[in-house]
Design a protein around this ligand. Structure first.
Ligand SMILES: CC(C)(COP(=O)(O)OP(=O)(O)OC[C@H]1O[C@@H](n2cnc3c(N)ncnc32)[C@H](O)[C@@H]1OP(=O)(O)O)[C@@H](O)C(=O)NCCC(=O)NCCS
Length: 172
């Protein structure tokens, strides 16, 4: 069955919360670094009120010692965008985008973002969740498999460079 890693994996200094307008520049910056065909800024704006649009915010050790001020919650180092759409009489969750800033990868932040996004989709009564992933993206696929996603189909030439997308699905 589904294996879900503990939410505490990346330690207490990471906070996952709903995205706000003030986060969008940081999100857009990470998106541009992470993907060869990044979403435009306006695409993120459209998801601002979506419960599945979440950001990961960290307070670095040096931030909290020297530069952080009262009310400074740290910087955004990752995000996930997920929503729910009707699909043949059932609500289908869709993880549309997820990325973590390169210098903060492999700390468990992606896992925590995905966990919280799935919780948000379940709260909206999604019966299952799908996502698309480049067939060469082994790291992301490994992450998705750990959360119980399974290969469901292939979209030939889905990406602009002609690469196929694997569609992965997880039932709730
Ligand atoms: C995919 C991504 C969001 C994962 O975020 P992350 O914070 O690095 O992931 P985590 O540290 O939570 O890792 C969770 C698990 O994912 C898998 N994983 C993540 N990156 C991996 C990599 N480069 N190689 C192999 N496995 C990887 C591992 O199973 C890992 O568990 P482990 O740390 O116990 O080995 C991040 O690598 C990223 O932003 N990539 C670029 C954007 C992207 O490809 N997004 C997915 C589009 S479909």
């Amino acid at each position: 069955m589904t294996t879900v890693a503990p939410d505490e994996a990346s330690g207490p200094d990471v906070r996952i919360r709903e995205a706000e307008r003030a986060d969008l520049l940081a999100v857009f910056h990470i998106e541009q670094e992470a993907f060869p065909q990044p979403w435009p800024f306006s695409a993120f704006e459209r998801f601002l009120d979506e419960p599945g649009f979440l950001v990961a915010q960290v307070r670095d050790a040096e931030d909290s010692r020297e530069t952080a001020t009262v009310g400074d919650d740290g910087r955004v180092v990752g995000y996930v965008v997920a929503d729910v759409v009707p699909n043949h009489g059932e609500d289908l969750g869709h993880v549309k985008d997820i990325a973590v800033a390169e210098e903060r990868r492999s700390e468990g932040i992606g896992r925590r973002l995905l966990q919280r996004a799935l919780t948000a989709l379940a709260a909206q009564n999604a019966a299952s969740v799908k996502l698309e992933v480049r067939e060469s993206n082994d790291g992301a696929m490994d992450l998705y498999r750990r959360f119980g996603f399974e290969h469901h189909g292939t979209l030939p030439g889905y990406y602009a460079n002609g690469e196929d997308a694997l569609v992965m699905v997880r039932e709730f």
